[in-house]
Design a protein around this ligand. Sequence first.
Ligand code: DQA
Length: 147
Amino acid sequence: MKTTIAVVNGPNLGRLGRREPGIYGHQSWEDIWQELVKSFPEIQLESFQSNHEGALIDYIEQLLDRAVSGLVLNPGALAHQSYALRDCLKAAGLPVVEVHLSNVHAREAFRATSLISPVVWGQIAGLGPLGYHLAIEALARHQGVSS
Ligand code: DQA
């Protein structure tokens, strides 16, 4: 059975490619996703996006009842404001890599603080879509799966 890794995007990330392309790039999520699926044939990847905090938490909670090995999460602005998401991840006991397409440390001051960083395994910021690839690679190695 293939290892499963979930890739989750939070608010406003459904509009990648059209949303501030100077910051978030010209690729749509569909394009990025196709590349990810092609790059990791040994891994069962699943993708979820929501603009709603509760829907994201519901989705993450149901991962815990299944044999999911890790989570790649771009929380969008919820990184900077959601204690509920932080509590969910802290309790999850799942290896999580937080990904930000942009370098959140080089932008507005409020983006430099992530409430979830202290409770995740690692964080990647500023590398664009490559961040998702590297996060999956890291989780796969963590699980001893070669990609
Ligand atoms: C983001 C950075 C956040 O500050 C912002 O609110 C986003 C996207 C990123 O991928 O760079 O929605 O998470």
